[in-house]
Design a protein around this ligand. Structure first.
Ligand code: FE2
Ligand code: FE2
Length: 143
Protein backbone atom coordinates (compact mmCIF):
# COMPACT_ATOMS: atom_id res chain seq x y z
CA UNK A 1 0.00 0.00 0.00
CA UNK A 2 1.53 3.35 -0.97
CA UNK A 3 2.03 5.77 1.89
CA UNK A 4 0.21 9.06 1.41
CA UNK A 5 2.22 12.27 1.18
CA UNK A 6 2.13 14.35 4.31
CA UNK A 7 2.90 17.93 5.18
CA UNK A 8 4.53 19.17 8.38
CA UNK A 9 1.21 20.81 9.29
CA UNK A 10 -0.64 17.49 8.97
CA UNK A 11 2.06 15.82 11.07
CA UNK A 12 1.55 18.42 13.82
CA UNK A 13 -2.21 17.71 13.74
CA UNK A 14 -1.61 13.95 13.98
CA UNK A 15 0.82 14.39 16.89
CA UNK A 16 -1.66 16.62 18.69
CA UNK A 17 -4.31 13.88 18.37
CA UNK A 18 -1.78 11.40 19.79
CA UNK A 19 -1.07 13.87 22.60
CA UNK A 20 -4.77 14.08 23.56
CA UNK A 21 -4.82 10.27 23.73
CA UNK A 22 -1.75 10.22 25.98
CA UNK A 23 -3.53 12.59 28.37
CA UNK A 24 -6.61 10.37 28.41
CA UNK A 25 -4.49 7.23 28.90
CA UNK A 26 -2.74 8.91 31.85
CA UNK A 27 -6.07 9.79 33.51
CA UNK A 28 -7.63 6.41 32.73
CA UNK A 29 -4.68 4.59 34.34
CA UNK A 30 -4.88 6.79 37.46
CA UNK A 31 -8.57 5.91 37.82
CA UNK A 32 -8.14 2.20 37.07
CA UNK A 33 -5.11 1.84 39.39
CA UNK A 34 -7.19 3.30 42.21
CA UNK A 35 -10.35 1.24 41.81
CA UNK A 36 -9.22 -2.14 40.44
CA UNK A 37 -9.84 -4.83 43.07
CA UNK A 38 -9.24 -8.53 43.60
CA UNK A 39 -6.15 -10.51 44.72
CA UNK A 40 -5.49 -11.59 41.12
CA UNK A 41 -5.05 -7.92 40.18
CA UNK A 42 -2.66 -6.90 43.00
CA UNK A 43 0.48 -6.78 40.89
CA UNK A 44 -1.15 -5.27 37.79
CA UNK A 45 -2.60 -2.50 40.00
CA UNK A 46 1.00 -1.42 40.75
CA UNK A 47 1.85 -1.71 37.05
CA UNK A 48 -1.05 0.59 36.15
CA UNK A 49 0.56 3.32 38.29
CA UNK A 50 3.81 2.83 36.37
CA UNK A 51 1.91 2.97 33.06
CA UNK A 52 0.25 6.19 34.14
CA UNK A 53 3.63 7.80 34.83
CA UNK A 54 4.95 6.61 31.48
CA UNK A 55 1.92 8.07 29.63
CA UNK A 56 2.79 11.36 31.33
CA UNK A 57 6.32 11.14 29.89
CA UNK A 58 4.87 10.38 26.45
CA UNK A 59 2.63 13.43 26.68
CA UNK A 60 5.67 15.57 27.55
CA UNK A 61 7.72 14.12 24.69
CA UNK A 62 4.92 14.66 22.15
CA UNK A 63 4.26 18.16 23.43
CA UNK A 64 7.94 19.04 22.94
CA UNK A 65 7.98 17.49 19.46
CA UNK A 66 4.92 19.52 18.42
CA UNK A 67 6.69 22.66 19.65
CA UNK A 68 9.93 21.73 17.81
CA UNK A 69 7.88 21.39 14.60
CA UNK A 70 6.49 24.89 15.08
CA UNK A 71 3.02 23.85 16.30
CA UNK A 72 1.07 24.62 19.44
CA UNK A 73 0.81 21.55 21.70
CA UNK A 74 -2.79 20.54 22.39
CA UNK A 75 -4.26 20.47 25.89
CA UNK A 76 -7.26 18.44 24.78
CA UNK A 77 -8.06 15.12 26.41
CA UNK A 78 -9.35 12.15 24.44
CA UNK A 79 -12.04 9.67 25.45
CA UNK A 80 -11.65 7.94 28.81
CA UNK A 81 -13.15 4.50 29.49
CA UNK A 82 -14.08 3.30 32.96
CA UNK A 83 -15.95 0.25 34.28
CA UNK A 84 -17.11 -1.22 37.61
CA UNK A 85 -15.57 -4.52 36.45
CA UNK A 86 -11.83 -5.06 36.99
CA UNK A 87 -11.30 -7.36 34.01
CA UNK A 88 -13.21 -4.97 31.76
CA UNK A 89 -10.91 -2.12 32.90
CA UNK A 90 -7.86 -4.06 31.74
CA UNK A 91 -9.57 -4.77 28.42
CA UNK A 92 -10.25 -1.05 28.02
CA UNK A 93 -6.58 -0.33 28.78
CA UNK A 94 -5.44 -2.98 26.30
CA UNK A 95 -7.69 -1.52 23.57
CA UNK A 96 -6.01 1.84 24.14
CA UNK A 97 -2.53 0.34 23.95
CA UNK A 98 -3.25 -1.60 20.75
CA UNK A 99 -4.60 1.60 19.21
CA UNK A 100 -1.48 3.48 20.35
CA UNK A 101 0.82 0.83 18.81
CA UNK A 102 -1.02 1.13 15.49
CA UNK A 103 -0.89 4.94 15.57
CA UNK A 104 2.81 5.15 16.48
CA UNK A 105 3.81 2.63 13.81
CA UNK A 106 2.10 4.88 11.25
CA UNK A 107 3.62 7.99 12.80
CA UNK A 108 7.16 6.55 12.60
CA UNK A 109 6.70 5.95 8.85
CA UNK A 110 5.39 9.50 8.46
CA UNK A 111 8.34 10.99 10.42
CA UNK A 112 10.70 9.05 8.15
CA UNK A 113 8.94 10.50 5.07
CA UNK A 114 9.42 14.02 6.41
CA UNK A 115 13.06 13.23 7.22
CA UNK A 116 12.34 14.18 10.83
CA UNK A 117 14.77 11.68 12.32
CA UNK A 118 14.77 13.11 15.85
CA UNK A 119 10.97 12.84 15.89
CA UNK A 120 11.18 9.29 14.55
CA UNK A 121 13.54 8.36 17.37
CA UNK A 122 11.24 9.90 19.99
CA UNK A 123 8.28 7.99 18.51
CA UNK A 124 10.24 4.72 18.49
CA UNK A 125 11.00 5.17 22.20
CA UNK A 126 7.29 5.70 22.89
CA UNK A 127 6.31 2.68 20.76
CA UNK A 128 8.65 0.37 22.71
CA UNK A 129 6.94 1.38 25.97
CA UNK A 130 3.41 0.98 24.51
CA UNK A 131 4.36 -2.55 23.44
CA UNK A 132 5.47 -3.30 27.01
CA UNK A 133 2.18 -1.90 28.33
CA UNK A 134 0.19 -4.12 25.98
CA UNK A 135 2.22 -7.19 27.03
CA UNK A 136 1.67 -6.48 30.76
CA UNK A 137 -2.09 -6.27 30.21
CA UNK A 138 -2.24 -9.32 27.93
CA UNK A 139 -0.28 -11.41 30.45
CA UNK A 140 -2.72 -10.55 33.24
CA UNK A 141 -5.81 -11.05 31.06
CA UNK A 142 -4.55 -14.49 29.93
CA UNK A 143 -4.27 -15.83 33.52
FE1 FE2 B 1 1.73 6.40 25.88
FE1 FE2 C 1 0.69 2.94 27.08
Amino acid sequence: MPVKKLTKKQMIAELNRDLAKEFSALIQYVQHASVITGPEYDSIAKELVVHSNEEHLHALALSQQVDFLGGIPSVEVGDIHISPDSKKMLEQDLDGELDAIKRYRARITQAEMLQEYGLRRALEDILIVEEEHARDLQNTLRK
